[in-house]
Ligand binder design. Structure first.
Ligand code: GRF
Length: 218
């Protein structure tokens, strides 16, 4: 039996990227296991989704009165490390990870961001794109480093910005692409075709033509 590639997913909200990933893994019958979902918001729909699907989940609340930010981040590290993950997947986790967290899982953390990085880092990326008047927006899968939304880029997909777009319509169009490229990128990493070298640069290996296609799609 092939040993499953173990993933821990961090989220804070809706969980549509978790759903897309889960459905892709099941649909393609991949040897990838979502070992645990870790969430800092008790009412997050993504946490409920995990429970409904029988995916192990842990609610890790921030307790500002009882602990320091460092202690909270230590608990996040422990919750993830207990699963011995091959990859930590950030899917709408609304907290900036501590340097200790990034060190603990160096080269093994990915994020999806709703812009064509390095443009529009941080919050409300779709709003930033509209305000800037760009004609092409999109999403980016990247490895996570200490630099916020700044790690090496694995895959990007572009979408048009239409004259009548609102933040909502543009976000929906981008989200459709997130749901497509994030599972593909995670699969490529699980299969050892994309990795982060110890010098911090990306390595690509044995990618098929189709796989090269998803890395940059318009
Ligand atoms: C997505 O837009 C993702 O790009 C950003 O947070 C949002 C999460 O959405 N990092 P969901 O919880 O996966 O539906």
């Amino acid at each position: 039996m092939i040993k499953a590639f173990r993933i821990v997913v961090f989220l804070s909200g809706r969980g549509s990227n978790l759903r897309a990933l889960y459905e892709y893994i099941v649909g393609e019958n991949l040897p990838i296991e979502i070992a645990r979902v870790i969430c800092d918001k008790q009412a997050a729909p993504g946490l409920k989704y995990a429970e409904e699907r029988g995916i192990p989940s842990t609610y890790v609340p921030r307790k500002p009165k009882e602990e320091s930010p460092e202690q909270f981040h230590q608990r996040l590290i422990q919750a993830a490390a207990a699963e011995n993950p091959d990859l930590v997947v950030l899917a709408g986790f609304m907290r900036i990870l501590s340097a200790e967290f990034i060190e603990a899982f160096r080269g093994k953390i990915v994020n999806i961001h709703p812009s064509l990085l390095p443009a529009f880092r941080g919050l409300h990326a779709q709003r930033q794109a509209l305000d800037a008047g760009v004609r092409i927006a999109g999403c980016t899968v990247h490895f996570v480093t200490e630099e916020l939304d700044g790690g090496p880029i694995v895959a990007q997909a572009g979408v048009p910005v239409l004259p009548a777009d609102t933040e909502e319509t543009l976000s929906d169009r981008i989200l459709t692409q997130e749901h497509r490229i994030y599972p593909l990128a995670i699969r490529a990493i699980a299969e050892g075709k994309v990795s982060l070298g110890s010098d911090g640069s990306l390595r690509f290996k044995n990618l098929t033509i189709d796989e090269k296609d998803f890395l940059c799609s318009l």
